[in-house]
Design a binder for this molecule. Sequence first.
Ligand code: PLP
Length: 397
Amino acid sequence: MIRLNDSYERLDETYLFAKVARKVNAWRLSRPDADIVRMDIGDVTRPICGAAIEAMHRAVADLAAASTFHGYGPEQGYAFLREAIAAGDYAERGIDISPDEIFIGDGAKSDIGNFPDILSAADTVALTDPVYPVYADTNVMGGRKRFISLPMIPENGFVPCLPEETPDVVYLCFPNNPTGTLLPRENLRRWVDYCRANGVLLLFDSAYEAYVRTPGAVRSIFEIEGAREVAVEFRSFSKTAGFTGLRCGYTVVPKDLTGRFSDSRKGSLHDLWLRRQTTKFNGASYIVQRAAEALYTPEGREACRVQTDSYIANASLLRESALEAGLYAVGGQDSPYVWVKAPGGMDSWSFFDRLLELGITSTPGSGFGKSGEGFVRLTGFNSEANTREAIERLRRI
Ligand code: PLP
């Protein structure tokens, strides 16, 4: 008999995107002449910048000659990329992260999903609500059953409160998906202090750090004093540089970070993650890592800034037009996401339907957790022209 992992039976159904697609298709069939503006896109739409494309062409040529051929690379990633990241994303901002604390991967989702492999299956996990569903689902798959919910709602300014019951692990993501909000530095400091005082691991998802524009806002958890003792940071080139299809990201595991095995012996999370990665992962491709390295050249940096600026501009137009239409909306300033409250106490799906009537697609907030009920997420990833069209339609609400 083939025995299955019962935990998969405890996963919530992933009906959200399928249901959105079904409703959009039905709308299209009922109005074959009308067009629809996609404001639910969770993927980038602009092409990869010239600096990265040229680097990939050079890398392909390397692979074509015996003298420059690259086979298996280091599992942790090539030193040229880890050094570029340590210098460009950390040292330049006064943050002490060494290249060998950086692990290159094929995007943040895999690392976020795989990281719990090195943690105890008995852990209690604290998650914000609404939340990027990968944190919850991958812990359920790993057999964890105890979750603490940290609501992020207008009443608390989308700032998750410290929990009454102490978790073993907490996930934070800022700039946040789906709300598009930031966590003020002071609050992050409180979280880091709390984790240090209570022996809690802080898993910080910084996939949208390239969207931070507010001066002084936190881009890396390691800007906060003491974070090296309690935090791991996940980053991605997906939304920074349009690598959603190319696949590259990285995870920072400081060497100071320690935990305990069940017999109380101390263990290094860096050592365990290295062991896990060298056993189960053979590295991101050489070509992709050369592309990522090119993002740290002056041309690459400028291109990333231009791309992210354009998505932020769209998102902030969306937010302003929602506000002008008398709706409550947050995000869209340091983020490609706008979190819009449905008028008149409507629920997320009813508001989704109302927007669809106008030919605008959105993502129902209830799909991100109970506290997302009554909201929809709009994104700035469409073109400016389409965003402006959506705004015209929003005015009719
Ligand atoms: N983290 C958050 C909050 C995200 O929204 C996403 C993608 O949408 C990811 C991580 C994963 O990014 P990737 O696997 O493309 O690097």
